[in-house]
Design a protein around this ligand. Structure first.
Ligand SMILES: [Zn+2]
Length: 177
C-alpha cells in the first residue's frame, strides 16, 4: 500500500504522462493502486493520488445499483491510457468525494453516460460502452485526475466558495503527511 497524496500536493495538479510501454514497474504500480484503493474503501484511485505522474487508474465499482441506489462492486481493474470516446448530452447530478480531499462531499453535475477505451495491464484493449451511474461517474472523476482536475473544480463558483474554508482546513490538516 502506498501513501496517499492530498489536496495541496502539486502532483494532483499536473497533467499526467501517457504510458508508452507496460513494463514490470507499471504492473507493480497497478497492484499498488488496487491495494491502496481497497485499503481506503475507494471506488476508484488514480496514479497521481499515490505520487505517480502516469495515465492510469484503478476502479472497482460497477454501473449497477441496488434497490437503495447504492453502487454495486465490480472486480477491480486498472485502466491504462484511458480515453472517454463519448459523453452523453444528458447530464445527471450525483454526490462525489475524493480520497485526496478527505471529508468533503458535494453534488456534481456531469454527463449521464460515457463510452471509454483503454488498455488493461496485459496490454489488451478494453472498450466499455454506455457506462452509467457510479462506474460512468467514477471513470469521469478518475480521468479528470489524469489532467490535474479535481471534482471541486467542477462545482459552480458559489458552491465552491461555500467550501473554501473547509478546503483550506483539509489542506492544512494533511500538509504534514
Ligand atoms: Zn478523486
Amino acid at each position: 500500500m502506498k501513501q496517499m497524496c492530498y489536496i495541496g500536493n502539486k502532483i494532483l495538479r499536473e497533467k499526467c504522462k501517457a504510458i508508452k510501454e507496460i513494463t514490470p514497474e507499471i504492473v507493480l504500480i497497478a497492484k499498488e493502486l488496487i491495494e491502496t484503493m481497497q485499503a481506503h474503501n475507494g471506488l476508484g484511485l488514480a496514479a497521481p493520488q499515490i505520487g505517480y505522474n502516469l495515465r492510469m487508474f484503478a476502479i472497482q465499482v460497477s454501473d449497477e445499483i441496488d434497490e437503495e441506489n447504492y453502487p454495486k462492486d465490480a472486480a477491480p481493474i486498472v485502466l491504462i491510457n484511458p480515453v472517454i470516446t463519448r459523453f452523453s448530452k444528458e447530464k445527471i447530478v450525483l454526490p462525489e468525494g475524493c480520497l485526496s480531499i478527505p471529508g468533503l462531499h458535494e453534488e456534481v453535475i456531469r454527463p449521464q453516460s460515457i463510452d471509454i477505451e483503454a488498455l488493461d495491464v496485459n496490454g489488451r484493449v478494453i472498450i466499455e460502452k454506455d457506462l452509467k451511474f457510479w462506474r460512468g461517474r467514477c471513470i469521469q472523476h478518475e480521468c479528470d485526475h489524469l489532467d490535474g482536475i479535481l471534482f471541486i473544480d467542477r462545482l459552480p463558483s458559489d458552491l465552491k466558495k461555500k467550501h473554501d474554508a473547509e478546503l483550506k482546513e483539509i489542506e492544512a490538516r494533511f500538509k504534514k503527511i
